[in-house]
Design a protein around this ligand. Structure first.
Ligand code: HEM
Length: 370
């Protein structure tokens, strides 16, 4: 897999930023929090650091209005029952996806970013909307995938696409189709008080990111054939390649961030990817922190997740427990298989980070394998 360290673009700029105080990435910002203390300050003080409407053009992801200063809804976390339901659906759909591949693409490598689409989409939809029957759940899941695909070119465009450009129109049409479907589904779910727009946001966030995270996990496991603890493998993946490697807030007034004065109205980034390389947060020798080494988490004195791969504060990820549970199931499957990458994996930076392509072959390990 491409080394994150050698990646250029925004990723390279963030990783090579000076580490004292908040780093200015350009003459007028954006600024970057370079320590855990600064990151916590940014994410947990919404009075000073507002949730952005539209950094990176992802503002369209939110139709929600309401509870925080910026009017952005705070999503309720997925409940333990919903997680259990999502995991059960993931298990069944993952087995089905592998079976379909064996039947339709005999001998072809798997492509993780493709293979994980349906299992993750159906699992997240089942967890977020447990009242839906299977046919409606699958239809919603397919529509969310279509919207995610249509949003991709809008987010990746170098310049903000014009309102009536083809990619904008396609994105708009797929979003309206999804919201119509959700409105129809909502009429059958008494007591559901979330709007179709809020649900669309929750589903898109809860499908696109775990597909990328699961693909990175399989890529890392394929490169490290030793037997690993599945939970440790997941944390190590979210440390080295957190799909949401950058999250942003906007200052509402001048703030002191680690001794740096950041003016009002400026973008401040928090990067779980950068924090995951701080030797104060991660066990192991400083020169080993670029390596995938799940065994480092046997050191119980350090808390995995201290680098905030799910964010923090009022906008922390509401699907964190579901995301973790699904990834641990996937890592357990990986631990039982011998996987080989079919080609180099590139790190795509067009939308968070994702491994593209991520093709691999897998054979079941025999019981006696180490
Ligand atoms: C491995 C899986 C996942 C990872 C690594 C992840 C990571 C993140 C991160 C870093 C944020 C931004 C937090 C911030 O800015 O402070 C976020 C937000 C969010 N995530 Fe996740 N996530 C995952 C899975 C999920 C799932 C399964 C769901 C839904 C069931 C979900 C729904 C959301 C939503 C709705 C937000 C926006 C929260 C807000 O705007 O208040 N995520 N996630």
């Amino acid at each position: 897999m491409d080394s994150v360290e050698s990646a250029g673009g925004q990723l390279g700029a963030v990783l090579s930023a000076p580490r004292d105080g908040a780093a200015a990435l350009g003459p007028g910002g954006p600024w970057l929090a370079t320590s855990l203390e600064q990151a916590r300050q940014v994410l947990t003080d919404p009075e000073a650091f507002d949730f952005p409407g539209n950094v990176n053009r992802t503002g369209d992801l939110s139709g929600s209005r309401g509870e925080t200063r910026s009017g952005h809804t705070v999503f309720a976390p997925v409940s333990p029952d919903e997680v259990a339901r999502g995991v059960a659906v993931f298990d069944a759909e993952w087995a089905a996806a592998l079976g379909d591949h064996a039947r339709d693409s005999l001998g072809e490598p798997y492509d993780a970013m493709v293979l994980l689409r349906r299992p993750v989409a159906r699992s997240t939809t089942a967890a977020v909307l447990p009242g839906l029957d299977d046919a409606r759940r699958d239809a919603v899941a397919d529509h969310v995938l279509a919207w995610i695909d249509a949003l991709g070119p809008v987010i990746a465009a170098h310049r903000r696409p014009r309102r009536w450009s083809r990619i904008r129109r396609t994105e708009h049409a797929t979003r309206i189709a999804l919201e119509d479907l959700l409105d129809a589904a909502l009429s059958r779910l008494p007591g559901e008080d979330r709007t179709a727009q809020q649900l669309a946001t929750m589903l898109a966030a809860g499908i696109q990111v775990p597909i990328a995270a699961g693909s990175f996990l399989l890529a890392w496991l394929a490169q490290h054939p030793r037997s690993v603890d599945p939970v440790h493998a997941v944390w190590e993946t979210l440390r080295l390649t957190p799909p949401t490697w950058l999250t942003a807030r906007v200052t509402t007034r001048e703030v002191d961030l680690g001794g740096t004065a950041v003016p009002s109205g400026r973008v401040v980034f928090v990067s779980p990817l950068l924090l995951g390389r701080l030797d104060s947060l991660v066990p192991g020798a400083p020169d080993s922190l670029r390596d995938f080494d799940p065994g480092r988490w046997q050191d119980a004195t350090r808390r995995p997740g201290a680098w905030l791969p799910f964010g923090a504060g009022p906008h922390a990820c509401p699907g964190r427990t579901l995301g973790m549970a699904v990834l641990v199931r996937l890592a357990s499957w990986g631990a039982k298989h011998e996987m080989t990458l079919s080609e180099d994996v590139r790190i795509d930076q067009s939308r968070g980070i994702s491994p593209v392509p991520c093709r691999f072959t897998a054979t079941a390990r025999s019981e006696t394998s180490p």
